[in-house]
Design a protein around this ligand. Structure first.
Ligand code: GLY
Length: 567
């Protein structure tokens, strides 16, 4: 895939440098859009527009988030979804915090060895492509659960904008065209007619993509509630699609799906309260471990992306991702030792082996051999309303367009979330992440995630809403974005724009964004023992920061084409 990010990033940084922190008059800061009372930040301008309109109509942040989720399913089919799942973290105006797990589940007939051949080897592609890769979708039930508890406008009003966009069609951006054209062969492979993304001649920027069947599916959901998806016509269409491709999802799996309210994880970082997603996401645990480790250093002194800072962040990350592979899984199936992993004693000890002048090979932390990260797509959005309610949602089909199977007649893609299970202990998934028995496939189990929707509070007040797509890189991108604001004094937009890096224990190499580290710095890092590998882009953040005057700064990542919009 072609990314435009590095050139854009260099442009942003050269146009708007933080010229000299010692002479405040000369500082030119880069801010995202500022709103005096409310803000949304999403991966697509139309989703941001819909979210903002819901807020202007008097809807709250939960209403806007629900409308955005349904709109993204239409305008951003690469990751927006009703055929996938996700996580929501919220902080309501009275300071109550919570989280909703609408992660997909393994079908009831799924089993531990379902992706292995008779020799016990993983069958390549089986958990990433086609019908067997799909977990039972959770997004629709999640949105109804969120609405039931917090919605203020009628659900119909929140789904209607998506229906209209699906019916009228959506103009494609160059990035959409690139993705949709790239996957034509796979779409055709799994199509039994009706996939509106298939076209004999390449799609062009500005073409209008109409989603008539999806408009119909969304109308069933509007009129019949969750049953419009999990029962009746749409459920029958999903099951018929499964039967065409030997998939496992049954009517019972769909009828039985239920999103779960979970206690969010709450930690501290330099006076901020950090609220994030508990298991089955690894995101919250890993982020809070990283922040505990970061408190042992002073990144504001070592400086943003200096060799010392990158080295120390990398050393924290390799240890935390090794823990992730061993201990994290669906808490309804595995006793995840969250308290231990977040205890001060454990982390002080865990990070005590970090050497300031030398990297620790990952093989010394735990043996393993894995492959490279493949394509990564998910989407994140952040919303704050005029009353101070904040919602942070990361939602996904997993890979680009999920398993590439569009449900015939229903107009939406199914996820390939089953790949987030560990198909076999020690064998990497599409993100190069390895796992063990804790995250093995089991009937009705939720697969481990890295999604890290997060909210920060300072002195009892909302401070920041953050999140990003990016598979295994989600956690480290959220970590760096938080450090960028708190330790490096960046605005939200600068924190989002800033070059990111990533290490995940195995493979033992530091990913960095191509063109963002100079040769001297790369040389210093190599001398410390780090293998450095360029990537076109890391993260596509959509975040909101509360400014000292109470206004809201939205920031959508220039690596993507989303927008922040407020008032
Ligand atoms: N599918 C990406 C994740 O959940 O981490």
């Amino acid at each position: 895939m072609k990314y435009y990010f590095p050139a854009l990033l260099l442009l942003l940084f050269s146009c708007s440098p933080i010229a000299d922190k010692g002479n405040s008059d000369s500082i030119t800061r880069t801010y995202g859009p500022i709103g005096s009372s409310a803000m949304v930040s999403t991966a697509h301008p139309l989703a941001s527009k819909v979210g903002k309109e819901i807020l202007l109509k008097g809807g709250n942040a939960f209403d806007a988030a629900i409308a955005i989720q349904f709109t993204l399913a239409v305008v951003y089919p690469v990751a927006g979804n009703i055929g996938g799942g996700g996580f929501a973290v919220y902080r309501s105006t009275d300071g109550q915090v919570g989280s909703l797990d609408f992660r997909e589940k393994a079908p009831a007939s799924a089993h531990k060895d379902m992706y292995l051949n008779t020799q016990g080897e993983v069958i390549p592609g089986m958990s990433t492509e086609g019908h067997l890769a799909a977990g039972v979708p959770g997004s629709v039930d999640g949105m109804f659960k969120l609405h039931e508890r917090f919605g203020s406008l009628p659900m119909e009003d929140l789904i209607q904008p998506a229906i209209e966009l699906a019916y009228e069609g959506v103009q494609l951006y160059d990035r959409d065209v690139e993705n949709i054209n790239k996957y034509q062969e796979l779409f055709k492979k799994y199509d039994h007619g009706h996939n509106q993304l298939i076209k004999e001649t390449p799609w062009q920027e500005g073409d209008v993509l109409v989603h008539k069947n999806l408009a119909g599916t969304l109308s069933f959901i509007r009129d019949l509630g969750r049953d419009g998806f999990y029962k009746g016509i749409v459920a029958n269409q999903i099951v018929a699609e499964m039967n065409r491709g030997s998939g496992l999802i049954t009517k019972e799996d769909l009828a039985n799906y239920s999103a779960i309210w979970r206690e969010p994880l709450v930690g501290q970082y330099k006076g901020y309260k950090v609220i994030s997603m508990p298991p089955p996401s690894s995101g919250g645990v890993a982020l809070l471990q990283l922040l505990q480790g970061a408190e042992q250093f002073d990144f504001s002194k070592t400086g943003h992306n200096s060799a010392e800072t990158i080295h120390l962040m990398t050393e924290l990350e390799r240890r935390v991702y090794a823990d992730r592979a061993t201990y994290l899984a669906d808490p309804d199936f595995f006793d995840v030792p969250v308290d231990m992993l977040l205890s001060k004693g454990y982390n002080t000890d865990r990070f005590s082996s970090i050497k300031k002048d030398q990297s620790t090979p990952s093989s010394e932390i735990k043996e393993g051999k894995v492959d490279i990260i493949e394509s990564i797509e998910t989407t994140h959005f952040s919303v704050v309303d005029a009353n101070g309610n904040a919602v942070s949602i990361t939602t996904t089909l997993n890979g680009y367009f999920g398993c590439k199977v569009m449900v015939k007649g229903a107009g939406f893609f199914l996820n390939n979330e089953m790949d987030d299970f560990s198909a076999k202990p020690g064998v990497p998934n599409q993100f190069g992440l390895i796992g063990n028995e804790a995250n093995a496939v089991a009937p009705e189990k939720r697969m481990l995630s890295s999604m890290t929707p997060t909210i920060l509070e300072k002195d009892g007040q909302l401070a920041m809403v953050v999140g990003t797509p990016g598979g295994s890189t989600i956690i480290t991108c959220v970590f760096q974005t938080i450090l960028n604001v708190i330790d490096h004094g960046m605005t939200m937009q600068e924190a989002v724009n800033a070059p990111k890096l990533h290490h995940q224990w195995l493979p033992d190499r530091v990913l960095y964004e191509e063109g963002t580290l100079d040769e001297a710095l790369l040389g210093e890092l190599k001398a410390l023992g780090h293998e450095m590998e360029p990537r076109s882009a890391l993260g596509k953040m959509d975040c909101i920061l509360v400014l000292p005057d109470g206004k809201l700064e939205g920031a959508s990542d220039p690596r993507n084409y989303g927008t922040a919009a407020g008032f």
